[in-house]
Design a protein around this ligand. Sequence first.
Ligand SMILES: Nc1ncnc2c1ncn2[C@@H]1O[C@H](COP(=O)(O)OP(=O)(O)OP(=O)(O)O)[C@@H](O)[C@H]1O
Ligand SMILES: [Mg+2]
Length: 228
Amino acid sequence: MSLTPALELKGVRKVYDVAGQEVVALDHADLVVGADEIVVLVGPSGSGKTTLCSIAGALLSASEGTVIVDGNDITSFNAKQLTTFRRNKVGFVFQTVNLVPFLTARENLLVVDELAGRSGNRKAALKRADQLLGELGLADRRNNLPSQLSGGQRQRVAIGRSLMNNPGLVMFDEPTSALDSKTGEHVVDLIHHEMKERGTAAIIVTHDTRITKFADRTVRIDDGVVST
Ligand SMILES: Nc1ncnc2c1ncn2[C@@H]1O[C@H](COP(=O)(O)OP(=O)(O)OP(=O)(O)O)[C@@H](O)[C@H]1O
Ligand SMILES: [Mg+2]
């Protein structure tokens, strides 16, 4: 087990400029997530949860402060390094599932590998995609397009995609909020199982008590201020 934290945020600030007005979405946030720690992030709407996840995954840059992922200070990375980092080191499951509509479930997983430029090893990628789809209970749906899947199945494909590159850190932004309770339960079990099995760290934005129950810790955010 690695002792390097999966994530360290030090004095991270994010200020959006909206028509000349400054909106402070994150205010000097400090947060350390251990190598295999599962942290639940809670807070009111607009408090900065999605912003924090996006900064941790290098989808957004911080206005101030330091973001260290698995020992790498990503605030010092150039655009090319950031692209490689996003493709290889982190996973995302977004609030609204965003699968590529014209690709099948299996192709939605394979695309991660292609983007990472590892398509030389197509066989290994196929094996991994099929293994993940199997674990996610989607083996017999792998050739379905997203439009031919239920909401819960789509969310499971998104989880599979986020794990395709074997990330050390995965951000889940309200992974169960759009699911009925039974499908939600299945997705919760999957997240729990996949994270623990792989020793992957996670930040999960959720108020779902089924998730807070197995999380190592709950962190609160209010008006961009993180309190641990
Ligand atoms: N691209 C943007 N441009 C300007 N302001 C933004 C942008 N994205 C978010 N904000 C503002 O930053 C603040 C934090 O937004 P964020 O999306 O992180 O909140 P959240 O906690 O995820 O909310 P929710 O629970 O509703 O998803 C909000 O006040 C929001 O209006
Ligand atoms: Mg949000």
